[in-house]
Design a protein around this ligand. Structure first.
Ligand code: FES
Ligand SMILES: [Fe+2]
Length: 372
């Protein structure tokens, strides 16, 4: 559903947060990043991942291509990732039933060879490897091909240094997503000389996105690191925070980019896969041989220090929500309210589509237990 862009008032104003937002599910009819590609190895290992309560087993077939099947054996419900990979197939640890990448049971080792195998099917998922990540489509399979995937044009550009950053949160995904839109929390990172004096300049939304433009000031290590320094050692820049459901694309001055892919695992756990692209001002012949050394150093010394502070705040917010889900909180940033409305809208859209499907006498998928 394409929609027009609406401009929202960027003025800060107090609003009561509807805590129902912490109970919503996801719209699974999008491509979600579920793992770093390097973590799904080609040595017949099986990697379990979870997206909004759906347990999925990832493995590579003989050609190295990723396969994604439901991580629950149709025989007795054992996790298939405890089993093994045999050729292109996955074999359950318990009784050795074997399943093809199409999800069909292709062998039961103790079954009479002259008898037809029982119908015991595994759900399979559309899955693609791109940008060093595994993307999976957990919703209606027939919509996967026509649903656009995230584009990361800087990925192959050698002028950028790319720093991958992964994180896990004990939190509902909505709290994590609000943190990414929330440029007013520079206070938290002040000891790291993060940023200061943010102003929300512009706010726009479409049916599936919220785009905010903030003006932010930097000094100290941040200006040096992002190559923003002028003679005074401080600078004011525009940062664009674009939440294109279900991912974030943040742009600083058109030169640094942060792509953040959120994985909602279940109502109280989330992950993120982020890639920071920084244009470095050193010649390629110096940069290229030291990329792999530079990347973990910058991640640990720089980004992880910010991220650990964010994780502490996000988890604290979530634990107080859990203690008292009825308690109301106050928000003043209209960009956060817009992000909440977008997540709610996407969830509602999915639920209403499911309801239409079920009224056509098809079973309602139990994907969204939290909402029902
Ligand atoms: S539970 Fe998987 S083969 Fe029996
Ligand atoms: Fe932060």
């Amino acid at each position: 559903m394409e929609s027009t862009t609406a401009t929202l008032n960027p003025q800060l104003t107090g609003q009561i947060v509807q805590n129902q937002i912490r109970t919503i599910g996801i719209n699974p009819n999008y491509w979600y990043a579920v793992a770093w590609a390097k973590d799904v190895t080609a040595d017949q290992q099986i990697t379990p991942v979870k997206i909004w309560n759906q347990e999925i087993a990832l493995y590579r077939d003989q050609t190295g291509q990723i396969q994604a099947v439901e991580d629950i054996c149709p025989h007795k419900g054992v996790s298939l990732h405890k089993g093994s990979v045999k050729g292109d197939n996955i074999v359950c640890a318990y009784h050795g039933w074997e399943f093809s990448p199409a999800g069909e049971c292709s062998n039961i080792p103790y079954y009479p060879t002259d008898q037809k195998l029982p119908r015991a099917c595994l759900r399979t998922y559309p899955v693609r490897e791109r940008y060093g990540l595994i993307f999976l489509f957990p919703g209606d399979q027939s919509r996967a091909d026509s649903t656009p995937m995230l584009e990361i044009p800087q990925y192959d550009d050698p002028n950028y240094l790319m720093i991958p950053i992964g994180a896990e949160f004990e939190s509902h995904y909505t709290i994590c997503n609000e943190n990414t839109m929330d440029v007013f929390h520079g206070h938290l990172h002040q000891n790291l000389q993060g940023w200061y004096d943010p102003i929300l300049k512009q706010l726009q939304q479409t049916e599936n996105s919220v785009c905010a433009e903030y003006q932010v000031s930097y000094s100290g290590i941040m200006t040096n690191f992002l190559g923003l320094n002028d003679s005074s050692g401080q600078t004011t820049q525009t940062i664009t925070v674009d939440y294109v459901y279900p991912n974030y694309i943040n742009t600083l001055k058109g030169s640094s980019f942060l792509y953040l892919m959120r994985l909602p695992i279940d109502p109280s756990h989330s992950r993120s896969f982020a890639m920071m692209f920084v244009k470095v001002r050193i010649p390629r012949w110096i940069l290229d041989p030291i990329r792999t050394v530079l990347e973990p150093v910058i991640r640990e010394r720089f980004f992880m220090r910010f991220l650990r502070q964010d994780i502490e705040m996000i988890e604290s917010e979530y634990s107080h929500y859990k203690q008292d889900p009825e308690r109301r909180y106050v928000e003043v940033n209209p960009a956060i309210i817009a992000v909440q409305r977008l997540m709610q809208r996407q969830h509602d859209r999915y639920i209403s589509e499911q309801t239409k499907i079920s009224s056509h006498h098809q079973p309602l998928q139990s994907q969204d237990r939290q909402a029902s």
